[in-house]
Design a protein around this ligand. Structure first.
Ligand SMILES: CC(C)(COP(=O)(O)OP(=O)(O)OC[C@H]1O[C@@H](n2cnc3c(N)ncnc32)[C@H](O)[C@@H]1OP(=O)(O)O)[C@@H](O)C(=O)NCCC(=O)NCCS
Length: 172
């Protein structure tokens, strides 16, 4: 998609970030990826935190380093976000995988999930990951269709979380 690209947190404005967050809040939805939600006092601290997470500095126990990107259009509107985990833990092997993403509620059904995943797969090569695991709820067709459009092959082993079937896909 022309003019739509992944950008690092350092490249977004605070105003566009809050527009993204407020859209999720207005819809009453949990922000996904969770890593893109605000957790710090100020925007500057938040950006610093994302940088640390990428560098693997001060990670909570059981966490691996990760990179966060935002999908931005030509008008600098943030359309969604994607979180790339640099390696898999036992927990991520079951649920979560390498890549988590979300599209803000007011920009859905326009093909952006398919685009954000495609662009994230280009980025993930930089981390030397050639077999990418992505997991998704069985009742989330928007997500699994985007994975399948990007070449996802379903692992015969599903998982379950709180009674919900979790599909596991590999993209090589
Ligand atoms: C799931 C989500 C990422 C989909 O984003 P989106 O930008 O609307 O998806 P796209 O427009 O790229 O659609 C991808 C495909 O799914 C279909 N689709 C999208 N939403 C759908 C829905 N609610 N029901 C059925 N099909 C849907 C589209 O028609 C498209 O199908 P196609 O490839 O056959 O044309 C978005 O709804 C979201 O952020 N949800 C909350 C967070 C989340 O679930 N993240 C994924 C975690 S694994």
């Amino acid at each position: 998609m022309a003019g739509i690209q992944l950008v690092k947190p350092e490249a977004i404005s605070e105003k566009s970030y809050w527009s993204y967050i407020n859209d999720w809040k207005a819809a009453g939805e949990k922000i996904i990826p969770v890593a893109s939600a605000p957790g710090k006092e100020s925007f500057e601290e938040q950006v610093h935190q994302w940088k640390n997470e990428e560098l693997g500095v001060d990670l909570p126990a059981g966490w691996v380093s990760s990179s966060l990107y935002f999908l931005m259009n030509e008008d600098h509107k943030i359309l969604g976000a994607v979180h790339i985990r640099h390696e898999l833990t036992e927990a991520l092997m079951k649920l979560g995988g390498h890549i988590g993403y979300g599209i803000r509620p007011d920009e859905r059904r326009k093909g952006y999930a398919t685009t954000i995943l495609q662009q994230a797969l280009n980025e993930i090569e930089k981390f030397g990951i050639s077999e990418v695991l992505i997991t998704c709820d069985d009742d989330n067709p928007g997500s699994y269709k985007a994975i399948e459009s990007n070449g996802g092959v379903r692992d015969p082993r599903d998982e379950k979380e709180n009674g919900v079937l979790i599909r596991r896909y590999w993209i090589r």
